[in-house]
Design a binder for this molecule. Structure first.
Ligand code: FDA
Length: 588
């Protein structure tokens, strides 16, 4: 239907896209279309069940993107999961709600993104949030908060699952981690994240169902006549105006729809890409925005030359230890430990810091070379220096250690939060739906492998410390037979590299396939970074793609640096701020 025309087209009805769609369509007379590849998962039990983490993996609502062989990480391909549904990845994720350390958001402004700092983002975290005060019973089991950090009138329900693991757990963990120098942190959502905590989740406490972007931002508003979601439909590329302008002007999006085949949907104001950090850069490239060397390989005319599209891919790697429990635990665990580098390394921290400090120039060379010069050495070196300062000066959390007393076992899943490895995502075809070349370059640098080992040792030490040690028996994984305390560093390295990252499911730890594993922590960011163009940015502080008049990216692609929190809370806040910027620009 060639008459399909809207003011705004949002590509991707996921975590970020639905926020923007909701806020723009609040205004009568503004028409918004959301193009979404997936469908409703409102009644999908793999989504709604608060204890169902992992059940949606490998089903039709999981994109299950595959990486290139990870040459530094044992050679296998990895699966990077992402939700294909109204609500996107928020419908399949682990539901943890933790924001960031304040200095990490302040760094966005320091690097040239005017107006982006913790103080200016906090109101948007709060605008998105409907904090549900925990019950006395939940408080007795560890739920804790400072109300001033939270918003109570937003769409997104944040709180604790109905049943939390029993009340002896938190005091026991607190006593243990205190001895390791890690204090209790009542509420990690106020910008200071270090400590042991019982963080909230995105959950509807009353109904005990998952809260996702669709339940928060779409379903209650689905009857708005100016908001249209077009499901089961793939966006193929941006369609540009033929007029010769100094800036590229988008007029619409070509889509493939199961009923009408290929057609164009027109936008009179803007096209907003919210397809996620593993798809928005692909859509930019097939639409002619990217590195000319890559685009010309697939005969794509260059609309805007930005060689860093798809670069700067940053993810974390996940691993786990598990122990036999001496008790049978019921209820959802919500405990995490976020130790700083000082707390992990103790007096050895200066050695680790000086090793990294003296390696960063070399790291920057390697990253620049691996991008064939698309990433400038000076730019990535500046980012590494920032990261070094965050870890060793500001002492942001170095790792997240999730503590999972489940039934008769006690698992601990963990990931170092700020690896130095940098990867990329680029097209391998002119077709947006064809698989892209995704290469997170896990363990590109020895430091990232070391971090993975060092945190594992820290966890082993914690489980050998009373009173936690009284609650566990044998270590199942990696196991003392396999890796005794006397094991060499290279044996630990092998374990980290070869141990498939196991997906938690009802059977415990499971390997995905022989040559494919699941080591990603599923926090890919940075593939269309918000940074000045001279620093390798793809989008401006208004999230507009450089060289275009009316194309924005609003999703995890724009986060320039990895965060210590889980991503959704920040993405909701960024999308809320983006919606306000758009309204302001168009005086809506
Ligand atoms: P998101 O993926 O939400 O949205 C993109 C949308 O675009 C999808 O709906 C997709 O179908 C659609 N799309 C893609 N290509 C398209 C095309 N060509 N045409 C049309 N539509 C298209 N975070 C957190 O805060 N707490 C947690 O516990 C976890 N745990 C976790 C576990 C797992 C398994 C994963 C995979 C991720 C997490 N995360 C998380 C991370 C977090 O969920 C994730 O970063 C965000 O949901 C990403 O939001 P975006 O808006 O960037 O993309």
């Amino acid at each position: 239907d060639p008459a399909q025309k809207y003011d705004f087209i949002i590509v991707g009805g996921g975590t970020s896209g639905l926020v923007v769609a909701n806020r723009l369509s609040e205004i009568k007379g503004v028409t918004v279309a959301v193009i979404e590849a997936g469908d409703s998962v409102f009644n999908n039990p793999n989504v709604t069940n608060v204890a169902g983490y992992g059940r949606a993996f490998g089903t039709h609502i999981d994109w299950a993107y595959q990486t290139e062989n990870q040459k530094y990480a044992g050679g296998s391909k990895q699966i990077m999961r992402a939700g294909k549904a109204i609500g996107g990845t928020s419908t399949i994720n682990g539901m943890s709600y933790t924001r960031a350390q304040s200095v990490q958001i302040d760094a966005w402004e320091l690097f040239g993104n005017k107006g982006w700092n913790w103080g200016s983002l906090l109101p948007y975290y709060q605008k998105s949030e409907m904090f549900q005060i925990p019950s006395l019973n939940q408080i007795s089991r560890g739920a804790d908060y400072y109300i001033t950090y939270h918003g109570e009138n937003g769409p997104l329900k944040v709180g604790w699952p109905t049943e939390i693991t029993n009340r002896t757990m938190l005091p026991m963990l607190d006593q243990t981690f205190n001895q390791l120098g890690v204090p209790f942190n009542r509420d990690v959502n106020g910008g200071s994240m270090v400590g042991l905590t019982s963080h909230p989740n995105t959950v509807n406490t009353k109904e005990n169902v998952r809260e996702d972007a669709a339940r928060a931002y779409y379903w209650p508003y689905q009857n708005r006549s100016n908001l249209k979601i077009i499901t089961n439909t793939l966006a193929n590329r941006i369609i540009w105006s033929n007029d010769s302008n100094s800036e590229a002007v988008a007029v619409g999006v070509e889509v493939t729809n199961p009923h009408h085949g290929v057609e164009t949907i027109y936008a009179s104001k803007e096209v907003i890409l919210s397809a996620g950090s593993l798809k928005s850069p692909v859509l930019l490239e097939v639409s002619g925005i990217g590195n000319p060397d890559i685009l010309s390989t697939y005969n794509i005319p260059v609309k805007v030359n930005i060689s860093t599209v798809g670069e700067n891919l940053q993810d974390q790697t996940n691993n786990g230890l598990s122990f036999q429990g001496t008790e049978f635990w019921l209820g959802s665990p919500t405990f995490s430990v976020l130790p700083s580098a000082n707390q992990i390394y103790g007096s050895n921290v200066t050695n680790v810091a000086s090793y990294i400090n003296s390696s960063m120039a070399e790291y920057a060379k390697v990253v620049s070379n691996s991008s064939k010069g698309a990433v400038q050495e000076a730019n990535i070196l500046a980012a590494f220096k920032l990261q070094y300062d965050l870890i060793f000066e500001a002492q942001v959390p170095f790792a997240e250690v999730v503590l999972l007393p489940i039934a008769g076992s006690f698992m601990s899943e963990y990931w170092p939060l700020l690896p130095f490895s940098r990867g990329s995502i680029h097209i391998k075809s002119a077709n947006a739906s064809a698989p892209a070349s995704i290469n997170p370059n896990y363990f590109m640098f020895k430091q990232d492998l070391d971090a993975q080992v060092d945190v594992a040792k820290f966890i082993r030490k914690a489980f050998a410390t009373a009173p936690l040690s009284d609650f566990v028996a044998e270590e199942f994984a990696p196991g003392m037979d396999n890796l005794p305390d006397t094991a060499s560093n290279s044996q630990w390295d092998d374990w980290v590299k070869m141990n498939c990252m196991c997906t938690k499911n009802s059977e415990g730890l499971e390997k995905v396939a022989d040559n494919i594993s699941d080591r990603s922590n599923f926090h890919p960011v940075g593939t269309a970074s918000m940074l000045p163009r001279s620093r390798g940015g793809v989008v401006s502080p208004e999230l507009r793609v450089y060289g275009t008049k009316n194309v924005r990216v609003v999703d995890a692609s724009v986060l320039p640096f990895q965060l210590c929190g889980h991503l959704t809370s920040t993405l909701y806040a960024v999308a809320e701020k983006a919606a306000d910027m758009i309204k302001k620009q168009y005086r809506l």
